[in-house]
Design a protein around this ligand. Structure first.
Ligand code: HEM
Length: 305
């Protein structure tokens, strides 16, 4: 595979030639990788998600992407997401009443990502997280060709992110990196805006009622933004969400100490409370269910292409 051919290929594709019912995934897999196969859709999502995580590693590209592991600034607020990923914060949900520290950069860190892989091996925290992100963002963008893997992770993103107590700036920075990565591969401003709107509406709000993202998983609590800076969702159901508090720092030499996207960020060891279960705690609040969810949002976008 030669990443250098992707952006050039996109410029040659005329939008009117695309079928009206193509999803965003179909459209850009065809534009960048020609054959709209499950394997190519997975390559597209690997390129996109790896770029979101570590920043640009393919050439040429249309714009710089710092990546979510680099320190940044979101509308005047400093953001540093690395400690959530390298075990520097006790912020992962494994089913207990407190967050635990897990190093998700435990299988090569950035290096395998620059080779369009999730990790060096297939049994690490890093492998699980990266492959789940490919599957999840692929589902969000409408990747459905035979062979594209279905999402194997937890359905409620509120439960997964529960002990992170994320702010609007942190979630906004993450979504901004998704948008920058997409535009760096030549995704149109309209399509980037559609995806950004869907991500902000579903995840970057507080107390949203259950929403369907992965149809097979049904309606689930999806609000990832939790602290007081987060906008309240329409029809907010805060009683369904447990109270939150900022996660504890685990090791001052790791938390916030590395803003580069080099392989060295993988060197942290696991600290703090040990992970005891692979299951995040779910919420039991009796919240009202809403119908359409993300399928409705991006479905409409696909029709408009
Ligand atoms: C639009 C916003 C976001 C979406 C859609 C999203 C989606 C996901 C998904 C699908 C997973 C995998 C869950 C699983 O394996 O069961 C995950 C895990 C994770 N996310 Fe996010 N995420 C978002 C924002 C963020 C932000 C802002 C952070 C901040 C640090 C973050 C940190 C993490 C971490 C640390 C994990 C691993 C959690 C664990 O396995 O315990 N995410 N996310």
């Amino acid at each position: 595979m030669r990443p250098s051919t992707f952006v050039a290929g996109l410029a040659a594709v005329a939008a009117p030639a695309l079928a009206q019912n193509m999803s965003i995934c179909d459209k850009y897999t065809t534009a960048l990788l020609k054959e709209n196969t499950g394997a190519n859709q997975l390559t597209l999502l690997t390129l996109l998600v790896n770029t979101v995580v570590i920043g640009n590693y393919t050439q040429p590209n249309m714009n710089a992407v710092p990546g979510i592991l680099a320190k940044g600034d979101y509308m005047g607020t400093e953001v540093n997401l690395l400690p959530y990923f390298n075990g520097g914060l006790a912020s992962s949900n494994r089913g207990g009443s407190m967050g635990v520290s897990i190093n998700f950069l435990d299988d090569g860190g950035a290096v395998p990502l620059t080779m369009n892989k999730p990790s060096n091996g297939t049994s690490s925290n890093q492998y699980k997280l990266m492959t789940h992100l490919y599957q999840y963002f692929g589902a969000l963008l409408g990747c459905s060709a035979t062979g594209f893997p279905s999402y194997q992770g937890f359905g409620s993103q509120a439960a997964v992110h529960r002990f992170m107590d994320l702010s609007a700036a942190e979630v906004g920075y993450f979504i901004e990196q998704v948008a920058l990565a997409a535009t760096s591969f030549g995704v149109s401003a309209d399509d980037v805006a559609t995806v950004g709107k869907a991500l902000n509406t579903i995840f970057n709000v507080r107390c949203a009622p259950p929403t369907t993202v992965i149809p097979a998983q049904g309606a689930q609590l999806q609000s990832i933004c939790e602290d007081e800076t987060c906008p309240l969702a329409p029809m907010a159901t805060c009683a369904a969400y447990p109270p939150t508090m900022k996660p504890a720092k685990v090791n001052s030499t790791m938390a916030g100490s590395n803003s580069s996207s080099s392989g060295s960020m993988a060197s942290g060891t696991m600290g703090g409370a040990a992970a005891t279960s692979s299951k995040p705690a779910s919420y039991t609040g009796a919240a009202m269910k809403v119908g359409a969810g993300v399928a409705g949002l991006l479905g409409a976008a696909a029709l408009a292409l």
